[in-house]
Design a protein around this ligand. Structure first.
Ligand SMILES: C[C@H](CCC[C@@H](C)[C@H]1CC[C@H]2[C@@H]3[C@H](O)C[C@@H]4C[C@H](O)CC[C@]4(C)[C@H]3C[C@H](O)[C@]12C)C(=O)SCCNC(=O)CCNC(=O)[C@H](O)C(C)(C)COP(=O)(O)OP(=O)(O)OC[C@H]1O[C@@H](n2cnc3c(N)ncnc32)[C@H](O)[C@@H]1OP(=O)(O)O
Length: 382
């Protein structure tokens, strides 16, 4: 796998850093998640392929252990509020002095500077601050966050993983590590570059929900079918729009022009009436094999058995019978090979990892007795 041999220390966080760590693990990195001690259950549901070490960082011994792990690692990924790592004595200046090749990735909401740097926040706050939330939502309705996808995962996990891979690549030339300041506000805004830059051609001139790609256009929207399901329509180009009309049984001559904004509400009502006459399966039969850009809106229950996704093996099932998306993209020579074992329990790999990083078993026992670390070994079933 592409990241084989890369050692990552991930400090346990809420959602964006865990997904970033999982991407690295999916593509072959050895990812060790550092969990708190005295915690009953992990909040990390993005733990595929990781190992867990339970370490009390509020003790000097716990901090010393983590420093020793970082000296022999390539990447540290931390998801805390600005200043938390420095307070623990684990700031980048210290760790990079001990390991100049270390890549120190800081994944936060507001970044490491500015008046909001120390403020708490979540995805919805970050997309609000990026300007994007003001553009998301239906006409005459308030702004709506599209799940917590845009800041947490696209602007956060993905840009941070990109930064890590860039820093690893650059290190092959310079031999040096560096600090990555991944702000979800900036990551989300950057993901929105198309929206920013297409303002110049008037793509967002109308209010929220009244433009071509925000649910304003009849040919770029979803429609309810006779069985209460939905179809997605993305027939932008005139040649594809013609195929949409053909599939719906409509005649261009009876309709207003595709790009007449004033007629969009009327056209939508016509399309709504059409789609309501057949089931999702019937519309899928009609549009499959055409270039009308019409697809069923699949539920999580339908998605992995859809013939296209099935043929590509787009979803994997782990040994707990849990289904999830397989890592993307697909690399031809060194594809990801996602781990199908159950997610790690907190502290499951504490001893294994510490031994691997050169700690003696006697010291490990002392750390356990002192409450600096916790081990959570599986109990054998007889
Ligand atoms: C919208 C998403 C978030 C979705 C999350 C949900 C999926 C989950 C949220 C709540 C969960 C439920 C809940 O927990 C109850 C149940 C629990 C059960 O176990 C499972 C089921 C639950 C129902 C559970 C289910 C789900 O998991 C939930 C619903 C997001 O937007 S995520 C993005 C958030 N933002 C960021 O990540 C930006 C950067 N980070 C921050 O701004 C802050 O970290 C944040 C997120 C605001 C949290 O602030 P907080 O004050 O809590 O922490 P920090 O200031 O960062 O400081 C960390 C402190 O922890 C100490 N520490 C760290 N590691 C260790 C260690 N190993 N040992 C000892 N101590 C440690 C560290 O020193 C800091 O201590 P101090 O405060 O003293 O400095």
């Amino acid at each position: 796998m592409a990241l084989a041999g890369i050692r990552v220390i991930e400090l346990a966080g809420l959602a964006p850093a865990p997904f970033c760590g999982m991407m690295l693990a999916d593509f072959g990195a050895s990812v060790i998640r550092v969990d708190r001690t005295k915690v009953a259950m992990s909040l990390d549901n993005q733990a595929r392929g990781k190992r867990s070490v339970a370490l009390n960082l509020k003790t000097p011994e716990g901090v010393a252990i983590l420093r020793k792990l970082c000296v022999r690692s390539d990447v540290v990924l931390e998801p805390y509020r600005k200043g938390v790592m420095e307070k623990l004595g684990l700031g980048p200046e210290k760790l990079l002095k001990e390991n100049p090749r270390l890549i120190y990735a800081r994944l936060t909401g507001y970044g490491q500077s500015g008046p909001y740097a120390t403020a708490a926040g979540h995805d919805i706050n970050y997309i609000a601050m990026s300007g994007l939330l003001s553009r998301l939502g239906r006409h005459k309705d308030k702004p709506y966050a599209p799940l917590n996808l845009v800041a947490d995962f696209a602007g956060g996990s993905l840009t941070c993983a990109f930064g890590i891979v860039l820093a690893l690549l650059e290190r092959t030339r310079s031999g040096q590590g560096q600090i990555i300041d991944a702000s979800m506000v900036e990551g989300a805004a950057y993901m929105g570059s198309f929206v920013w830059k297409s303002r110049a051609i008037g793509m967002w001139e109308r209010g929220r929900g009244q433009n071509m790609l925000d649910g304003g256009a009849p040919f770029y929207d979803t429609y309810q079918t006779a069985d209460g399901k939905h179809m997605a329509v993305g027939a932008i180009e005139p040649q594809f729009y013609q195929q949409l009309l053909r599939g719906l049984g409509l005649d261009t001559a009876d309709l207003p022009p595709q790009m007449s904004f004033d007629h969009w509400p009327e056209l939508k009502r016509v399309f709504e009436g059409c789609f309501a006459t057949k089931t999702q399966a019937e519309w899928t039969d009609i549009f499959d094999g055409t270039d009308a850009c019409v697809t069923p809106v699949l539920s999580f229950d339908q998605v992995s058995s859809h013939p296209h996704n099935k043929e590509r093996g787009s979803f994997v099932t782990d040994c707990g019978e849990d289904e999830s998306p397989r890592p993307a993209p697909v690399l031809s020579r060194t594809p990801a090979d996602p781990c199908l074992a159950l997610d790690p329990r907190i502290g499951q790999h504490t001893c294994e990892v510490l031994e691997e990083y050169g700690f003696k078993s006697e010291d490990i026992d002392n750390f356990v007795a002192a409450g600096v670390i916790e081990r959570n070994v599986p109990v054998a079933k007889l």
